[in-house]
Design a binder for this molecule. Structure first.
Ligand code: PRP
Length: 206
């Protein structure tokens, strides 16, 4: 039996569809239930930001989560496979027409992704004042809270609608299958078996 942590929403749905393709049966949570048990799997429905936490502490053996979240959290889990879903970028956005001037004395950056942002500016030896927000990041430059934002860009529509544009791409992200390090050894055959089956599905889509 493998316990699988899935993030509520689209990624959970897409992952369960992969399991349906593999096993030819329905995988669906009952309304509002957070656990789904099948013959060989126990699926947990958790918040996106909590997937790696469940896996790191071995409350789940494997999980599915975005690379951006993994990079931000830095928890020590095994990155097994890129599922090639949820493709997006982490990028710096500024008001349309403004230029990224890294020689400015003090740069104010608003973001949900404080660690990725701090790392990016530290690697360039730039003093940045990083302001943590929990959502609606695109608002910050419009009201003078920050000079720029670091945020997820998928279609680019949110930035565009708010008069912002990408001035720099920091990283590409997509959904990854991850595993707990102990589970990877203790349940190696089970983990590798599902890894290979998922890999076959993902490869075929190319
Ligand atoms: C992300 C991000 C942007 C938006 C970008 O938020 O913070 O606001 O998506 O997508 P787009 O380029 O397609 O417009 P998300 O929807 O993940 O919600 P969250 O703020 O609750 O994380």
């Amino acid at each position: 039996m493998l316990t699988v942590a899935l993030p509520k929403g689209r990624i959970a749905k897409e992952t369960l569809e992969i399991f349906e393709t593999i096993f030819g049966e329905t995988f669906a949570f009952d309304d509002r239930k957070l656990i789904l048990e099948t013959e060989n799997f126990r699926f947990l429905l958790v918040r996106n930001q909590d997937v790696a936490t469940y896996v790191f502490h071995q409350a789940a053996d494997i999980g599915v989560v975005g690379l951006d979240t993994l990079e931000e959290q830095g928890l020590d889990v095994i990155r097994l496979l890129d599922l090639r879903r949820g493709v997006c970028k982490v990028a710096i956005g500024m008001k349309v027409g403004e230029k990224l001037d890294l020689t400015k004395a003090e740069i104010k950056v608003a973001t949900k992704m404080v660690n990725i942002t701090k790392r990016y500016f530290a690697e360039r030896a730039i003093a940045a004042d990083v302001i943590k927000l929990y959502g609606s990041i695109e608002l910050a430059p419009l009201v003078g809270l920050a000079d720029m934002i670091v945020d997820i860009v998928e279609t680019g529509a949110t930035m565009k609608q708010n008069g912002l544009e990408v001035v720099e791409e920091i990283m590409e992200s997509s959904t990854y299958l991850i595993a707990n390090k102990n589970s990877y050894f203790e349940k190696k055959s089970e983990v590798l078996d599902i890894y290979e089956k998922i890999n076959d599905v993902v490869k075929q889509e190319k």
